[in-house]
Design a protein around this ligand. Structure first.
Ligand code: ADP
Ligand code: MG
Length: 208
């Protein structure tokens, strides 16, 4: 199995005395989906920032193959004054998009629309469409389905799973049912107070 992400013993905190990660490791192979769960503020989005290289760990290493990302808020992931099609074209080839469009429950006309004319659910599906068209080796999903209704969530995750043969997926979610349903492994980040009071995340649960 080909590794798409390898995080080795990283430590990171925004301030000197509070560590969000301490000797944290995580690996992901092609075809795997792992869910990251844990309370708000524990460092889930920070982990993605580290993987994307926007932040550097104090120690440890992160190696990853090509990444695309789907954010929680779809309106923040598109520029307001360009159409969806223009913005997808900017980053990737549209080759094979019509099949995906149909699977996503989207129409051609949605692509020629400005982002704010679409509903949150429609726009998030456009964001997932763009991410899949980029054919990444690693797909980072930060609460991607919170803009969608329940029924849609499951359909969209099923669709993503169909495409994961050639990539690995890291999914941040608050939805335990969704995580248990789709993930090979669930990684629970927890705040642990120690004597010196740094906050250390621990990996708790494995696949059930
Ligand atoms: P989660 O995604 O699990 O809700 P985050 O990774 O967004 O958590 O944030 C983890 C912690 O780091 C929070 O306490 C948050 O306030 C803090 N934090 C996030 N971004 C920054 C930043 N740019 N500067 C300083 N602290 C930050
Ligand atoms: Mg977050």
């Amino acid at each position: 199995m080909k590794s798409v992400l390898d995080i080795k013993n990283i430590s990171f905190g925004y301030t000197k005395d509070i560590f969000l990660f301490n000797e944290f490791s995580l690996s992901l192979n092609e075809g795997e989906i792992k869910a990251i769960v844990g309370p708000s503020g524990v460092g889930k989005s920070t982990l993605f920032e580290l993987i994307l290289g926007h932040r550097k760990p104090h120690v440890g290493s992160i190696r990853s193959m090509s990444i695309s990302q789907v954010f929680q808020d779809p309106y923040s992931s598109f520029h307001p004054t360009y159409t969806i099609r223009e913005q997808i074209n900017e980053v990737t080839s549209m080759e094979g998009y019509n099949v995906l469009l149909d699977q996503m429950g989207l129409e051609e006309s949605h692509l020629d629309t400005l982002p704010h004319k679409l509903s949150g659910g429609q726009l998030q599906r456009c964001s997932i469409l763009r991410a899949l068209l980029m054919k990444p080796k690693l797909l980072l999903l930060d609460e991607p389905t919170s803009a969608l209704d329940n029924l849609n969530q499951l359909d969209i995750m099923k669709l993503i799973i169909k495409h994961i043969k050639e990539m690995g997926v890291l999914l941040i979610t608050h939805d335990g049912d969704l995580a248990r349903w789709c993930a090979d492994e669930i990684i629970t980040l927890e705040n642990v107070e120690t004597d010196n009071s740094p906050i250390l995340p621990v990996t708790l649960s494995q696949k059930d």
